[in-house]
Design a protein around this ligand. Sequence first.
Ligand code: GLA
Length: 653
Amino acid sequence: MKRSIFYLGLAVLATACAPKQTVYLSDLDLSYMTSGWGTPKADSSVTGTPLSIAGTVYERGVGSHASSEMAFTHDGSAGRFTAMVGLDDNATDTGTVEFYVFTDKGLAFSSGVMRTGDPAIPVDVNLRGVQELFLMATTTADGQAYDHANWADAQFTCNSVPQPTDRYIHEEPYLLTPPAAATPRINGAKVYGVTPGKPFLFRVATTGERPINFSATGLPEGLVLDAETGIISGTSPARGEYPVAITASNSKGECIDTLKIVSGDKLALTPHMGWNSWYIHLLGVTQKDMEDAARAMVSTGLADYGYCFVNIDDGWMIKVNSDDPVIGGPLRAKDGTILCNENFPDMKAFTDLAHSLGLKAGLYTSPGSATCGGYAGALNHEEQDAKTFAEWGFDFLKYDWCSYGWDVKNDSNDPDYFRKPYIKMNQYLRALPRDIVYNLCQYGMDNVWEWGAEVGGQSWRTRGDIGGPSLVDNMFSMGFFQGTIKDYSGPGGWNDPDYLLFGDIYDFETGGTKRSDMSPSEQYTCMTLWCMISAPLIFSGDITTLDEFTLNVLCNAEVIAVDQDPLGKSGYCISDESMIEVWEKPLADGSWAVSVFNRRPTDATVEVDWKKLGYGQVKQVRDLWRQVDMGDIGAVSELEIPRHGCMMFKMVK
Ligand code: GLA
C-alpha cells in the first residue's frame, strides 16, 4: 500500500512538472541565429529547399550554414530540447559540420564530424537547471563550403520556452601582461633580411627606462647605429650573414642580444609587424592621420615591441568618376604618374617622417583599374607606379585584387590567371632601388598560399576581410583555419589571416567609431593564435586612442617573441575535444609554444592530459601572457579558461 502511494505521488509530481507546450525552433526569432553564409531559414534549408537529411524530408526545423550559433537564456525549469541534426541533401558537393549544444553547465551534445549524406543524429537535451543554452553548427578543417547545417524537427518541450538572446556576453577587461621592466630588453625580430646595396633601416625595438644607450659589435660596413635612438641605417651589405651583438644599457642595467642581418634574396624573415589605416579611417584616411600614426607608434611604445610598418590602405589616390573637389579629378598626370588626392599633399613628407623615427611606410593599390573603394588602380601602369612608390620612399605594398577580375577576364581558363598580375608587379618591385615588402591581397583565391612565395610575395591574405559585422566569427574561422595550411608559411613568405582589430575600430553601421566587437578574452585569443601561426601582426584599430587593456594585448614581449621566432614555423592543432583546442609550435631554441583555446560559448575547467599530448615530462613551463614560470605542471592540468579565451605556454621538454 505504502508503495503504491509512493508511486502515485511520483506520478502526480511528474504530471505537475510535465512539459506543457511544444514550441518549434523555427517559430522563434531566427534573427538571433548567426550564419556562415546566407540567412538561417524557418522550415527549409538555408537555400530555401525543403529540409532533407539523408533522404528523409522534415516539415519543421531550421536550415543554417556553418559556422552558426544561437544563444538562449532559460529559467532553469524542466523541459527538453530535441532535434535531428545533419547536412542538407541539396548541396552540390560534400560539406562537413559538427553540431554542438552547450549549456552553462558545459557540453550537452556533440555530433562529431558529419558529412552530407550522413543519416541524421538525434539530439535530446534536458533543460532542467539550465540558465544558458547555445546551439552551434561549426565548420571543420576543410573550411565552410556546402556546410548546410539542418536542425530538423528542432523543438522545445517545456513549461517555459528558452528566450533567444544576443550572443554578446559582457566581459570586463582584464590585464595579463605585466608592465615592462625598467632594465632594457631587446624585442621583436632577431633576424632581418635585406637585399645587398639597397637602403637599410632597422629600429632596435627596446623596452626599458629611457635614456637607453645603444652600441653594437659586428655591424657590417655601410651601416651605423645611432647610440641614442637604436636606429641602424645605411646601405645593406654584400650578400652574407652578419651576426651583430647589440647592447642596450641604461641606469638600471643592460641587455645584449644578437641581430642576424641576412643580406641576400629574402625579405621578411619574420612576419611583419605594424599598423594599417583601413579599419579606423576607411577611405577617409589623410596624410595627417598617417603622420599621427607614425608618431603614435613611437609614443605609445608599440615600436619598442617591434611594430614598425605604418601602412596607408585604400583611399589615397583619386577616386574614379568623382567630382568631389578633394578626391575627384584626373587620375594621373600627363606623363602617366599616379596622382594623390588632396588628403595626401606630400607623400614624401610622410615617408621621411616615418623613416626619421626608424619606422617603415606602406602603401596600397590594385592590379585592376580601380581599388575596392573605387580609386585609381595600377592596371597598365604597373611599372610606372612601382617606380613612383619607390621614389616616394615606400617600403611595403599591399596589392589588392579588387576590380582586376572585371578588367581582365579569364575566358580561356588560363591556369596562371590568378598569378599573372602578382608576377608582373613583383618583377617591377624587385628591380627598384629599395626593398619593398609585397603583400598579396586576393582573399585566398586559387589557394594563394600554394604559390604566393613563388610569385614573390612576402605574405598573402588567406581569406576575405576579417572586419565588419562578423568580426568575431571571422577571427575564429580564419584564424583556426590557418593550422591546415601551416606548411606554406615560413621565413620570407607568410600566411596572412588579416588585421588585429582591437581597441577602437571603425563602425560600419554608423560610420563612427566603436570598441572592438571582440571580448577581452577573444582579443587574447586572436593575439595568441596569430602568434602561434606566425601571422603578420598588423594592428588596424585607432593607434591614437590606445588604452591600457589594448596595449597589454598588443604589447606582450614574450607572446610576440613566439610570432617573431626565427625558426618561422607555423603552429597547428594537436588536440580538439569538443571545441577545446590545444596547439603547438616548435621554436628555434628547441622549446615549444603550446596554447590551449576554449572555443566553447561557456567558461570551462579544461582538463589537459599533457602526457597524452607529448608534454608529460617537461623541464620548464612558462605562462607567456602572465610571464611567470609555473613549476611542475604534472601529467594532467586543470585550467580555468573563460569562454573564447586561452592560455599560452612555453615548454622545454
Ligand atoms: C579589400 C581588402 C581590405 C581593404 C579594402 C580597401 O576589401 O581586403 O583589406 O584593403 O579592400 O578597399
